[in-house]
Design a protein around this ligand. Structure first.
Ligand code: MIC
Ligand code: SF4
Length: 645
């Protein structure tokens, strides 16, 4: 039987295990990426583990999240990242160059290679036929040191795209349709492999929109074949030499199949407050919008913004709407300028922002209170815009620009004839905008401003966890709920004691003080706990406050790894009924001397025992937990590499 594309790439990188869904495998990692909001921890972790040298083919450190610089903290982070990149032989992309995923597509992605990134949207590079996976910072640090990355072999879903998108229907509508069908948990433990005659008409930037939002399905990754479209994109980037033809065998076997007829697709919108709350634009016309923002790693390519610019040409943004446009990279901005498109944006009344994550991560452009904001982003979790009671809708750039012109959600097909985007033969690339590794890393001086605090040290796992249930939360809690981003909190990403004060800020601001008063405790959660971002802070901050275990109905993949890496014990309820038998404020005792499959939780307040399971833990996870976290394990030297790696 033939192989799927994912299997081919995994087989050529396999360090251990068998490609059987559910089995633990480890793969070698060719490239890594970090961004500033998670990256400072990655480099602090490398330093804390005493790792001296980078063993990947290529590692890049991007600065794209914390670029507002409202105080000295972010600038301190940037200088630390720049100098530590020189020490480790890492490429450094300074602020202003653009969003890591967009720049990685332009400058570094190579079909057939593996990429591990400390950002959940790393799979964006799947648009180039790479196997790209998001992970917690420690896992990226270990990969940079040359350790294979281990995970459970996912199932592979084949998504067959047929036909052609109708005018003004966009790649974003394809992924919103997938989200509508599969939901935010439909991709858990899976990789989506796209194919079918319909992909021929999709450019790499369009594919990247689709691969990007696979993260919102909870998928491990998403991938497209490397074909003529890929060759063309790489050639425009002056990198045709990086191209190879890569595709699945015709008789490959998949664990699941899904088919989408592109001709039948209509413009779609995700309603507040979840990316899978998808409806047709048609039924929503008339919903008034106060703000429209076009950008983010999902939709900020040259192709996206040319369409937007042409739609805005000689027109004026609706007077009741604030339209912000965030080009994904310096290259995109420069190309818009060169081709005379920038002028249409500026003259329409749009606010053109620096190439960065910006409003997507709540760094500026928070809407008015109770405002309706329509964004081309990937996440519309409550509060993520920076305004707690704002309503965030997600759409394609086409729907967004049509709505910015009318002041209400509008079908882009009302814009008239479709805009055909002509690509330049060669894009401006600004090669010297990214600082390559220095020839003399030994001379590099790492500069640490006062904002860079050393990582806290944690004790080994206790025999018994006892304490109060500090908080009980519902299903689908995001890492934004656990540790928000935004202008106040993001600059503190390198200072764990300071950022900890914001733990669960949106749900229960008294959490940090209560946790401290009670000397820690446990967290109880519903299903899909920790969905969304890869930020390790969502595990580190509760740990710093003394949280020793999280008991949930299920966990999101990256957050589960982060909890383990920082020594927080993840335990599973066996049923929703058991979730109902424990309340906030209950005093519980969990005996952990033997980490067997089953662990008993004694709910002292209610006088009942609840059986919890640990079934997802591998021997290496147990070793990490026993040591009190992966840093202790590596530092102690008891295992230079965690077992299983
Ligand atoms: C996000 O989109 O939430 C982020 C900010 O890019 C995160 C990383 C982070 O929290 O720094 C992600 O998606 O992993
Ligand atoms: Fe940046 Fe938003 Fe993309 Fe995260 S989702 S990497 S914050 S643009």
């Amino acid at each position: 039987m033939g192989e799927a594309l994912v299997e081919k790439i995994l087989a050529s990188h396999l360090a251990s295990g068998h490609l059987v869904p559910g089995e633990e495998i480890a793969i070698s990692v060719d490239q890594t990426l970090t961004q500033d909001a998670t990256g400072t921890l990655v480099y602090l972790e490398l330093e804390a583990m005493g790792i001296e040298k980078i063993a990947t083919e290529l590692s890049v450190s991007y600065v794209d999240h914390n670029t507002l610089q409202t105080g000295c903290e972010s600038a301190d982070d940037h200088i630390y990242l720049k100098t530590v990149a020189a020490k480790y032989g890492v490429y450094f992309s300074p602020p202003g160059n653009g969003i890591c995923h967009q720049v990685h597509l332009e400058r570094f992605g190579v079909p057939g290679k593996t990429l591990l990134g400390s950002d959940s949207h790393t799979p964006t590079a799947g648009a180039l036929g790479m196997l790209a996976i998001g992970a917690g910072g420690v896992d990226v640090a270990l990969a940079m040191a040359g350790r294979p990355f281990s995970f459970f072999m996912p199932e592979i879903i084949r998504v067959t795209l047929l036909g052609r998108l109708s005018p003004w229907v966009a790649a974003k509508d394809v992924i919103l349709e997938v989200l509508r069908r599969l939901s935010v948990t439909g991709g858990v433990g899976k990789i989506l492999e796209y194919g079918g005659s319909g992909i021929k008409g999709l450019s790499v930037p369009e594919r990247s929109t689709i691969a990007n939002m696979g993260a919102e399905l909870g998928a491990t990754s998403s991938i497209f074949p490397s074909d003529e479209q890929t060759r063309r994109f790489l050639s425009i980037q002056g990198r045709e030499r990086d191209w190879t033809l890569l595709e699945a065998d015709g008789d490959a076997h998949y664990n699941e199949e899904l088919s989408i007829d592109l001709d039948q697709l209509e413009p779609l919108v995700a309603l507040p407050h979840s990316p899978d709350n998808v409806r047709m634009v048609k039924g929503l016309e008339g919903v008034k919008v106060d703000q429209v923002v076009i950008g983010s790693c999902t939709n900020s390519s040259y192709q996206d913004l040319v369409r937007v610019a042409e739609a805005l040409k000689d027109k004026r943004v609706h007077p009741e709407v604030s339209l912000a446009i965030v080009p994904g990279s310096r290259q995109v901005l420069q190309m818009l300028a060169q081709k005379g498109k920038l002028t249409h944006l500026v003259a329409s009344g749009a606010r053109v922002l620096e190439s960065a994550c910006g409003p997507c991560i709540g760094m500026g452009q928070a809407p008015q209170s109770g405002g309706v904001t329509l964004r081309t982003f990937n996440r519309n979790f409550r509060g993520r815009s920076g305004t707690a009671d704002a309503e965030i809708y997600l759409s394609s750039p086409e729907t967004a620009v049509a709505s910015a012109l009318t002041g209400e959600i509008t079908d882009p097909r009302s814009l008239g004839e479709e805009v055909k985007v002509t690509w330049p033969r060669r894009s401006w690339v600004g090669v010297d905008m990214i600082i390559p590794p220095t020839a003399h890393p030994e001379k590099a001086q790492v500069i640490r401003g006062p904002a860079i605090q050393p990582l806290p040290e944690f004790a080994a796992m206790p025999q018994k966890v006892q304490g109060e249930v500090l908080i009980k939360v519902r299903d689908d809690i995001t890492t934004d709920d656990i540790l928000p981003a935004g202008t106040k909190v993001l600059p503190l990403r390198s200072n764990i004691p300071a950022i900890t004060e914001f733990t669960f800020a949106g749900l229960d601001p008294s959490f940090p003080s209560r946790a401290r008063e009670r000397d820690g405790g446990i967290i109880v959660a519903g299903a899909n706990y920790g969905q969304g971002s890869s930020r390790e802070h969502a595990a580190l901050a509760p740990r710093y406050l003394g949280v020793k275990a999280v008991v949930a109905l299920s966990f999101a993949r990256i957050h589960l790894a982060n909890l383990i890496n920082f020594g927080v014990i993840p335990l599973l309820f066996s049923s929703g009924q058991d979730y109902g038998r424990i309340d906030e404020g209950d005093y519980v005792v969990i005996q952990l001397d033997e980490l067997r499959k089953e662990v008993a939780l004694w709910n002292e307040s209610k006088g009942i025992t609840i059986n919890l399971s640990l079934h997802h833990l591998r021997p290496r996870d147990i070793a990490i937990l026993r040591a009190g976290g992966v840093l202790n394990l590596v530092r102690n030297g008891s295992a230079q590499r965690p077992p299983g790696q």
